[in-house]
Ligand binder design. Structure first.
Ligand code: ZN
Length: 499
C-alpha cells in the first residue's frame, strides 16, 4: 500500500520536474538563441508554465502525499525520502505565497533580463532601476510570506543553501575580511610583480573555441550529454544528467577570461553529469545547493586549472592553438597571468583573492535591501563606495558597476554568498582529497579523471539526496570551516608574491 503511494508520489514529482525543465528550456533559449524579440513571446509561456508548476507543488494532492508519506517515513527508501524532504520544504514555503504573485513575478523576471541587458549595454542604470525595485519588493514580500527567524534575509538564503543564515555568514565574512584584506594589502605592497604578458593580445573566436575544446577534453566533460554555446553571462544549465549545457563569452583580447569561465562552468557541468543513474530525470537529478555547486566549479577552475601542473599539462596544445602571436610566452608567464592578483571592477574576471571581496560587497548590499530600508536611486553610489572601500578602485560607469551581474535581474537574492561558500568548500575538499591521493601529481600525470572519480564518489553521485552539511560531514565529520580557504590562499599567494 505505502509502496504504491510512494510510486504515485514519485510519478507526480516527475511531472513537476518535466514542467520545470520546460521552463528552463525557454530560459536557455532566451539567453542563447540571439532572437532579439523572442522574450516577448517566451516570457508569456514561462509565466503560464510557472503557474502550472506552482499549482502542482502546492496542491491538495501534494499535501496528501506529504501527510501520508510523512507518517510512514521509516518504511520509505532513500530516494522517496529525499524527494519528500524537497517537496515538503517547497510546499511549506510556496503555499504561503499567493498564486497570482508567483505568476506576475515570473513574467517580471523573464522581461527584466532583457531590460537589464539594454541598461548594461548603454551604461544606464535608470533604464533598469524600475524593474529592480519591483523585483526587490517582491522578494521582501515573499520573504515575509515564507517567514523567518532573526533576519528577513534568512528566508532567502535558506533557499540556495539549506541551513544558511545571516548569523553564520556574518561570522564567515568577518573571518574572511580579517585575513583577506591584510593579504591583499601585502600583495599590493610586494616587490614581486607577476607577468601579465599574455593579456591584451588578440585571440580570435575560432582559437578560443579550440581552447574551450581542449579544456572540455582535459576535464572529461561528455559532449554526448552536453554542449557549449555563447551568452552574455556564462552559465551552466542542466536538463538531467544526460543533457547538461554550458555557455561562455569570448573576449577578443583576453584569452584567460573565457578559458577560466569555461573551466568554471565545466565544474558545474561535471557535478550534474555525474549523478547516479537511479535519480536520472527526477527532481533529485540536480546539485543539492548552490554552495556545493559552486564548490565544484571553483575547484576545477581555481584548484585544478589555475595550478602550475595543469597549465604545464596543456601548455603545448595551447601554444599550438594560439600560434605565433604567443610564441614568446613561457609556461611560467601563463601561470603568473592566471594567478595575477589585481583589483578589478568585474566580479567574474576577479582573481581568487579579490573575488571574495566582490561577494562581500553584494552580501552587504543584499542584506540591507531585504530590510526594505533603501533608496533605489542611491544603489549605484552605495555600490561604488563599497568597491572603493574594499578594493580601492573607482567605478567609471554602471555597466562595470552595479549592472555587471545578471543575478538581480533574474530575481536571485541570497545567491551571491554561495559563491564564497563554494570557494570555502572547494578548499576544504582539496584538503580532504589530498588525504587520499595527491591531487597535483594526478594533474601532472593527466589523470584528472581519478580526482573526478573521488568527487563523484563523495559528492556528485548523490545529486540532491544528501544535504550540504551531510556531504561535508560524511567526508571528514566537520562542517563549513573558513580556515581551509584562508590557509590555501595565504599559502599559495605567499609563494607567488614572496610575502
Ligand atoms: Zn558558478
Amino acid at each position: 500500500m505505502i509502496e504504491e503511494r510512494a510510486k504515485q508520489f514519485r510519478n507526480y514529482t516527475d511531472r513537476i520536474n518535466a514542467i520545470d525543465k520546460a521552463i528552463e528550456m525557454f530560459n536557455w533559449d532566451i539567453r542563447t538563441s540571439g532572437i532579439k524579440d523572442s522574450v516577448k513571446s517566451l516570457s508569456k509561456y514561462i509565466g503560464i508554465l510557472s503557474q502550472e508548476s506552482f499549482q502542482m507543488k502546492t496542491s491538495k494532492e501534494m499535501e496528501n502525499y506529504i501527510v501520508e508519506l510523512e507518517k510512514c517515513k521509516d518504511k520509505l527508501d532513500e530516494i522517496t525520502l529525499a524527494q519528500l524532504r524537497l517537496c515538503k520544504k517547497e510546499f511549506d514555503s510556496k503555499n504561503k505565497i499567493p498564486k497570482e504573485d508567483i505568476r506576475t513575478y515570473a513574467e517580471l523576471v523573464a522581461k527584466s533580463g532583457d531590460v537589464w541587458k539594454q541598461a548594461k549595454e548603454s551604461n544606464n542604470y535608470n533604464l533598469f532601476s524600475g524593474n529592480l525595485d519591483e523585483i526587490i519588493k517582491y522578494n521582501i514580500k515573499f520573504a515575509n510570506y515564507i517567514g523567518y527567524k532573526d533576519h528577513i534575509y534568512n528566508a532567502l538564503l535558506d533557499d540556495y543553501e539549506p541551513g544558511m543564515t545571516v548569523e553564520k555568514l556574518d561570522v564567515f565574512f568577518s573571518e574572511i575580511k580579517k585575513s583577506i584584506l591584510p593579504l591583499l594589502e601585502k600583495i599590493k605592497n610586494s616587490k614581486v610583480k607577476l607577468s601579465n604578458k599574455c593579456l591584451g593580445r588578440k585571440v580570435t573566436k575560432e582559437q578560443q573555441e579550440k581552447v574551450a575544446k581542449l579544456l572540455i577534453k582535459a576535464l572529461g566533460y561528455d559532449l554526448n550529454r552536453g554542449i557549449l554555446k555563447e551568452s552574455e553571462h556564462p552559465f551552466a544549465m542542466s536538463f538531467g544528467k544526460n543533457d547538461v549545457r554550458i555557455t561562455t563569452h569570448y573576449i577578443e583580447d583576453d584569452i584567460l577570461a573565457s578559458f577560466y569561465s569555461v573551466a568554471h562552468e565545466l565544474g558545474h557541468a561535471l557535478y550534474e553529469q555525474n549523478s547516479k543513474d537511479i535519480i536520472a530525470n527526477t527532481i533529485l537529478d540536480a546539485g543539492i545547493s548552490m554552495g556545493i555547486h559552486e564548490s565544484q566549479s571553483r575547484f576545477y577552475e581555481n584548484m585544478i586549472c589555475r595550478s602550475y601542473e595543469f597549465l604545464e599539462l596543456v601548455y603545448d596544445d595551447l601554444m599550438n592553438i594560439l600560434g605565433d602571436d604567443f610564441k614568446d610566452i613561457s609556461l611560467q608567464q601563463i601561470y603568473e597571468c592566471a594567478n595575477l592578483v589585481e583589483t578589478s571592477t568585474i566580479r567574474i574576471y576577479a582573481d581568487e583573492v579579490t573575488y571574495l571581496l566582490h561577494i562581500m560587497i553584494r552580501y552587504e548590499i543584499e542584506k540591507d535591501l531585504l530590510t526594505g530600508n533603501y533608496d533605489i536611486n542611491k544603489l549605484p553610489d552605495i555600490w561604488n563606495s563599497k568597491v572603493k572601500e574594499y578594493l580601492g578602485i573607482t567605478i567609471k560607469n554602471d555597466g562595470e558597476g552595479i549592472l555587471q551581474d545578471i543575478h538581480w535581474a533574474a530575481g536571485l537574492f541570497g545567491y551571491f554568498p554561495t559563491y564564497a561558500l563554494g570557494s570555502a568548500y572547494a578548499a576544504q575538499f582539496l584538503h580532504y582529497i589530498n588525504q587520499d591521493l595527491n591531487v597535483y601529481d594526478h594533474v601532472k600525470d593527466n589523470n584528472i579523471e581519478e580526482i573526478t572519480t573521488w568527487l563523484k564518489k563523495n559528492i556528485h553521485q548523490y545529486g540532491s539526496i544528501k544535504l550540504p552539511e551531510e556531504i561535508v560531514r560524511s567526508i571528514n565529520d566537520e562542517g563549513l570551516n573558513a580556515s581551509y580557504l584562508i590557509n590555501y590562499l595565504e599559502d599559495k599567494y605567499s609563494k607567488l608574491y614572496k610575502l
